[in-house]
Ligand binder design. Structure first.
Ligand SMILES: C[S@@+](CC[C@H](N)C(=O)[O-])C[C@H]1O[C@@H](n2cnc3c(N)ncnc32)[C@H](O)[C@@H]1O
Length: 207
């Protein structure tokens, strides 16, 4: 199995649906409070992606996925904003996050907006995935000593058809390889890489 990159085309100047705009204005206020009080709750690994941009990319991604493979999972969901947007876009959606404070805040955000996505505390790396990294690696995603979230929810990564990740610089190769090995055939990986940079990959058969 291999990954093939799929060109993504979308118009990010389009207006956001009102429920997404409302969610994002709440998220902006939440993030502002988090940064203002960062010294009280210093979580070094949290950085937010560009939510409106990801909304448009996600809509374009959904249009490219088969209807029977549209369950969504976010690797390291932080405050759960992208997971919430995936649910608003009509997907069954799960976010996995290792930091208990962020899990709590994400749960509260979802409740405030009556969003029925799920936030799971745990590791987004499937069991054994850390062995793909070479032993010198200091990838941010390897720092969390919490068990994989999949097992306690009786599922596997291969049950999801759309994966979203915002990796730390330098670990994108590692996360792509984890996806290549553990995701279902035909699954899509949407990766935010930085301002106006987003990539989409599909896992396909063959070499
Ligand atoms: C760069 S932030 C991205 C947050 C969110 N996805 C977004 O795009 O706004 C990465 C998040 O992943 C979480 N994280 C990193 N490695 C993880 C792991 N192995 N398992 C679960 N969460 C992880 C961090 O705690 C952090 O909240």
């Amino acid at each position: 199995m291999r990954l093939t990159e799929i060109p993504l085309q979308f118009d990010d100047s389009q207006e956001l649906p009102s429920e997404v705009a409302t969610l994002l204005s709440d998220a902006d206020a939440l993030l502002q409070r988090f940064w203002d009080d960062w010294y009280k709750q210093p979580i070094e690994q949290y950085v937010a992606c560009d939510f409106p941009y990801v909304w448009h990319a996600l809509k374009a991604t959904i249009a490219m996925q088969d209807s029977n493979q549209r369950s969504f999972i976010e690797w390291g969901c932080g405050f759960g904003v992208v997971t919430a947007m995936a649910w608003l876009a009509g997907l069954p959606a799960v976010g996995i996050e290792a930091e208990p404070f962020l899990v709590e805040e994400a749960d509260k955000l979802l409740k405030r907006h009556a969003i029925k996505a799920e936030i799971w505390h745990g590791n987004f790396l499937p069991r054994g995935a850390e062995t793909i990294a070479d032993c010198q690696s200091d990838y941010a995603s390897l720092f969390h000593r919490v068990p994989p979230a999949y097992l306690s929810h009786d599922c596997e990564l291969s049950d999801f058809g759309i994966v979203f990740a915002y990796p730390w610089p330098g670990e994108d190769h590692f996360l792509r390889e984890v996806f290549r090995r553990y995701a279902a055939e035909n699954a899509l990986l949407l990766m935010f890489r930085g301002p106006y940079q987003i990539e989409l990959f599909r896992k396909v058969g063959g070499r």
